[in-house]
Design a protein. Structure first.
Length: 327
């Protein structure tokens, strides 16, 4: 039996216990409190949800050790989707976990078995130097160790059910995981981004993420509304951490999504489109942050949102081109 008090004392500073056997691990990607993996422990068995990058793997293994668990205690490594800040470290991590299986959306399974397409796609967005610096060389996962999910697939972690919902909108290879034990969803990027720097007396703030290349606003709205219908008490975000007050956050998320789509449709094609989209997104989020009571300077807000504004503008542009190509 694990000595829980001793394990808690041994936890690294980048691991935060959240109750219900769930622990948030700051993967160290990009900046502190930006990218989380989760470790669920149930009766001595464990599952990771998202992994961060190859550079995050030592932290995940340290979290296991800090909880008094061996590498053979891990039954599942779950990827919410196969974007590299969520699943880039899956293959390398699996080399240390002899009994684990990878659980991934059916559309993402082939990309973990052969990550070459992921690397090419990400290189198009970020450039080769950034891929090498931030992610390293992706390691394939043996196909025999991959479990591909469909809508409402259920697995059990030591008798604890985890139910997978097909949740497109951010990516077509995205599922979210319903954990009835905590009445919470592990949402990857489908339920947006909530950075702790923007917390106020009103609670957390949230925004949608529309990164390349599969943003679909109508599908994203349906996915969010489907999760809200469960009445979750908690959302476990990759970016970043556990948030409550879920109904309020869902309303805020959908309102901003509508504004972003309206901005996109009002922005003409042409060489200035990307800059106009980025400025418009910044305006939408700045207005929302001020209404939320965030008093940070505009310069600091721009700094914190710089990566998201850039990627969201790219993703919206790709969606616009796809939509206009249908007409």
């Amino acid at each position: 039996m694990i000595d829980s008090s001793a394990a808690a004392r041994a936890l690294p500073e980048f691991v935060a216990p959240l109750g219900h056997g769930i622990h948030a691990i700051d993967t160290g990607f990009h900046r502190p409190l930006f990218d989380a993996a989760y470790l669920i422990v149930e009766r001595g068995r464990a599952a990771f949800v998202d992994t961060g990058t190859n550079h995050s793997v030592p932290r995940l293994l340290d979290a296991l050790a800090g909880l008094g668990l061996g590498v053979d205690a891990v039954d599942f490594v779950i990827a919410t989707h196969v974007h590299l800040d969520h699943a880039g470290g899956v293959g390398l991590l699996m080399q240390s976990l002899p009994k684990a299986r990878v659980v991934v959306h059916k559309r993402g399974a082939r990309h973990l078995a052969d990550p070459s397409h992921l690397v090419r796609s990400a290189t198009t967005v970020y450039g080769a130097d950034e891929i090498e610096r931030s992610y390293g060389a992706l390691v394939p996962v043996d196909a025999s160790r991959i479990v591909a999910t469909r809508d409402e697939t259920m697995i059990e972690l030591a008798g604890r059910p985890l139910v997978f919902l097909d949740t497109p909108g951010h990516a077509m290879h995205h599922h979210c995981i319903w954990d009835a034990a905590s009445r919470g969803f592990f949402t990857g990027d489908t339920f947006g981004l909530s950075y702790r720097e923007f917390d106020t007396a009103a609670g957390p703030w949230i925004m949608p993420t529309t990164t390349p290349v599969q943003f679909q606003p109508e599908a994203l709205r349906r996915s969010i509304e489907r999760m809200l219908a469960f009445g979750p008490e908690w959302i476990y975000l990759t970016h970043y951490g556990r948030v409550g007050d879920v109904r309020r956050l869902g309303t805020l998320l959908l309102a901003q999504l509508d504004e972003m789509v309206a901005l996109a449709r009002a922005t003409p094609a042409g060489p200035a489109r990307h800059a106009e989209l980025r400025r418009g997104l910044e305006s939408i989020h700045l207005k929302s942050l001020r209404a939320h009571g965030v008093a940070l300077s505009e310069a600091r807000i721009r700094e914190l949102l710089a990566l998201d504004l850039e990627l969201n503008a790219q993703g919206i542009a790709i969606w616009l081109d796809r939509e206009r190509g249908k007409t």
